[in-house]
Design a protein around this ligand. Structure first.
Ligand SMILES: [Zn+2]
Length: 441
């Protein structure tokens, strides 16, 4: 009977909803290895972008060489499945007031090539560099244990776990530099991606994923934030004008990526509570997903829910009984493991998913039913139409419509909902939802 029921659902859906490998991936992420890597990174003393590059024990040079070596070790264990290299750009003194001398901003790149779509990339990033109170002090100790050794260690650990699987799309594990000096590493790599014609599915920028005690005393190891900007900064006047009439002011590509991470987390890690924050980043503050957004790519920031400002960008000191500094002892490694697992399952799902449907258009003006139409993509088992109330942040209603390129949602009035379409593989891995970009009349 049980088998019969399963078969029935399998047939009616046409694809499988659960891939148990995602539970394996969650289980394989190790807090001990993350702790070891954060410890190693913090022990380089400072990883300031302008710090020493000669020493093998102190400064950003030692740190990036260690990260590269670590990726190379991971690659050896998976039959050379990673292509590991430095990507660098010279930033000249005076570029801004945080670049006080000419400096090579050097990123560490590890690419796990996809078997079917090698030129489509989903990226996870952390930052190599650190800072203390004076952003230009590149000699004193700046352990940057949480900001952002945690994101870097998470990225290394995701590579360790996911390199044991093969994917159809490529995954990039990325260590970025120059974040604290003005987001230079992200800018450099986004440009590199454009110049090389890389198709970027999106970037998960991990910046501070290890703090569970907020500056206000709130403790939580179950919440985290997903920052995403509403619409791309690259949109044209025509696109902006169209939004007045057709909607889409909360439906840009980065926001869809945020919803994707939200849904994957709710489905596979229900113990975690993702908070979608409807803004580019913290109020007036920045992060390394921004240069990717500037280049027209989807990008989000994944981050702890509760920050502690006495433990970031601070000289190490005691003051009025408060211990200042971004020290190892303040990092919760179990929490960093959880957020690393969030990244890993989303990287895996997207790397297993077919490309998103192209040229999605919508119609149904003064009609009783909404119609959607799209170009089919290679590798999709079928398509899912999503819709939601206009006030809802999440895609609450969906319908699998099979391997078709258009569909009418009978009795669903276009005026009262927002709509989107995703493609899905036979294993149930979905693309990011595409918001319609043209109108059928
Ligand atoms: Zn910072």
């Amino acid at each position: 009977m049980f088998l019969l029921v399963l078969t029935f659902f399998g047939l009616s859906l046409g694809y499988s909803q659960t891939d148990t490998r995602l539970y394996d991936i969650i289980a394989e992420v190790s807090s001990q290895r993350i702790e070891k890597d954060i410890t190693t990174l913090a022990n380089f003393g400072t990883r300031h972008t302008l710090s020493d590059t000669i020493s093998n024990t102190r400064g950003i040079g030692a740190a990036r060489r260690w990260i590269k070596k670590e990726f190379e070790t991971i690659s050896k264990d998976c039959n050379d499945c990673l292509e590991v290299f430095f990507q660098k750009d010279l930033v000249k003194a005076g570029e801004n007031n945080r670049i006080t001398k000419d400096v090579w901003v050097v990123n560490v790149v590890a690419i796990q090539k996809g078997t079917k779509y090698p030129n489509r990339f989903i990226i996870m990033s952390g930052d190599i560099d650190s800072r203390i109170s004076d952003p230009n002090n590149y000699t004193d100790d700046a352990p940057g244990a949480n900001d952002n050794a945690s994101g870097m260690a998470g990225t290394l650990e995701a590579a360790r776990v996911l390199s044991n699987y093969t994917f159809e799309n490529s995954i990039i594990y990325l260590g970025l530099s120059g974040e604290e000096q003005g987001l230079f590493g992200g800018k450099g790599f986004a440009e590199y991606a454009k110049q090389n014609g890389m198709e970027i599915i999106g970037i998960f920028n991990n910046d501070m994923i290890g703090n569970t005690t907020g500056v206000d005393g709130v403790e939580s190891n179950r919440y985290f934030r997903i920052f995403s900007e509403p619409v791309p900064p690259t949109e044209t006047d025509r696109e902006r004008n169209a939004r007045r009439f057709y909607g889409g002011e909360v439906d840009g590509i980065s926001r869809q990526l945020a919803r994707y991470v939200y849904t994957t987390t709710k489905t596979y890690m229900p113990e975690m509570n993702p908070m979608m924050i409807y803004r580019l980043d913290r109020f007036g503050r920045g992060g390394h997903h921004r240069p990717f957004n500037d280049a027209g790519f989807a990008g989000i920031r994944i981050m702890e829910a509760h920050e502690n400002y006495t433990q970031q960008h601070q000289d190490i000191r005691m003051e009025n009984g408060i211990e200042y500094g971004d020290k190892l002892k303040f990092v919760n490694f179990e929490y960093a493991k959880k957020l690393t697992a969030v990244n890993a399952i989303n990287l895996a799902r997207l790397a297993w998913a077919p490309p998103a449907p192209k040229n999605v258009s919508i119609g149904g003006i003064v009609e009783p039913s909404a119609k959607l139409k799209w170009d089919k993509v290679d590798g999709a088992k079928g398509y899912i139409i999503y819709w939601r109330d206009t006030t809802s942040p999440t895609w609450d209603y969906s319908r699998y419509v099979g391997d078709v390129s258009e569909f009418t949602l009978e009795g669903i009035v276009i005026d009262n909902f927002f709509f989107g379409v995703a493609s899905v593989s036979k294993d149930g891995h979905e693309s990011v939802v595409v918001f319609p970009n043209s109108i059928m009349r």
